[in-house]
Design a protein around this ligand. Structure first.
Ligand SMILES: Nc1ncnc2c1ncn2[C@@H]1O[C@H](COP(=O)(O)OP(=O)(O)OP(=O)(O)O)[C@@H](O)[C@H]1O
Length: 181
């Protein structure tokens, strides 16, 4: 059987206070023990994982992200894509609204948890050589912006296809330690 290297997780967030005040109601039913939701009364959708509103960040992380991190340390690439309409919880799940003061807070999301785990793993594997680098891009109104750029008026970057390196964003800032250069 062909292995599909893409997994889809559905996370349903709790109603936010504004929705509760407006009298909104959840329209999803969760099928116990199955990664399946029913919208209304009859439309059923099945995913690789389904998280109910009560699921906490730790559960999402240990179920969906931890296997990717195990793969990462065996040399595989990993991509996590948050997709959903505005207000559906992408920033919350990815942990984009995170400050260093909240580092150990159970509410922190995927990104700070991944970073913590990578550094912990690096400590454990003292016999391996690591090179950690980071870039941070935003696509806004179809423009690609470099969030690590300190220049005040960030100009949009372009995507190019390099015969050797493949598709890349030219001139993106990549923060890496001197030992990796
Ligand atoms: N699992 C959750 N538990 C509790 N609150 C949540 C959860 N997911 C999202 N929220 C809350 O719902 C609101 C909207 O979430 P968020 O800002 O993450 O949405 P978004 O998908 O990033 O929206 P946008 O596309 O507009 O940036 C926020 O107030 C957030 O705190």
């Amino acid at each position: 059987m062909e292995v599909i290297p893409v997994r889809v997780a559905l996370r349903c967030r709790p109603l936010v206070p504004k929705e509760i005040n407006e009298g909104c109601q959840s329209c999803l039913t969760f099928v116990p023990g199955e990664p399946q939701v029913i919208v209304g009364t009859e439309k059923a959708f099945t995913y690789d994982y389904v998280f109910e509103p009560t699921a906490e960040q730790e559960e999402v992380f240990s179920t969906v992200i931890s296997p990717l991190l195990r793969g990462l340390f065996k040399g595989y690439h990993a991509t996590v894509l948050a997709y959903g309409q505005t207000g559906s919880g992408k920033t919350y799940s990815m942990g984009g609204a995170y400050t260093s003061a909240q580092e150990s807070d159970p509410s922190v999301g995927v990104i700070p948890r991944v970073i913590r785990r990578i550094f912990e793993e690096r400590e454990k594997k003292a016999d391996s050589e690591f090179c950690l680098a980071v870039s941070y891009l935003e696509i806004y109104n179809e423009d690609i912006l470099d969030l690590l750029s300190s220049s005040k008026d960030r100009s949009a970057l372009s995507i190019r296809e390099d015969p050797k390196e493949g598709i890349k964003v030219s001139e993106v800032q990549c923060e890496k330690p001197v030992s990796c250069l």
